[in-house]
Design a protein around this ligand. Sequence first.
Ligand code: AMP
Length: 180
Amino acid sequence: MSNKDLKIIKDAIRDIPDFPKPGIVFKDITTLLNNKEAFNLLMKHLKNRYKTYNLDFIAGIDARGFIFGAALAQMLGIGFVPIRKKGKLPYTTISEKYSLEYGFDEVEIHIDAFRGVKGARVLLIDDLIATGGTANAAVSLINKSDATCVEACFVLGLDFLNGKDTIQQKTSVYTVIEVD
Ligand code: AMP
């Protein structure tokens, strides 16, 4: 992607200081989604990158990962799988806990999410990687499902939080935009 196109995508993401609590700069991607030029450039870039990966499924993380993941799956002609916060999926699930600053959270996937395809090649996608806790648990869920997470992809990476480091031991990581 050209620097000009990358800038269009970057500029379309809005910073909201002190949301949801003081000290956090929230990266608001709603202004990317409602900008047809920026959204289209991003999705075309992801399609180009992943069309040669021989993917079987895309797994998206609750909730913003669903938007990019489902759009990309449709563009690549493959299936989409949601990884959700605990208690949202209606059928039998596999779950994975992960630590937060205080306490823990949990993500789940349906037990038959990859339709019994052994070794299914899966791309994980979310809007942003911060500490990497959520994505790390999501990669574990994919691997526990007898599938292979071939890459974890994020529109934005908060580089200063080193979230990539943990996940890189399990799969490769790609971020479209790095924020220092
Ligand atoms: P983490 O598990 O720390 O990598 O957090 C990643 C999840 O939290 C992603 O699903 C993001 O959507 C969300 N998130 C964390 N920090 C931010 C931020 N500064 N702006 C927007 N979303 C965030």
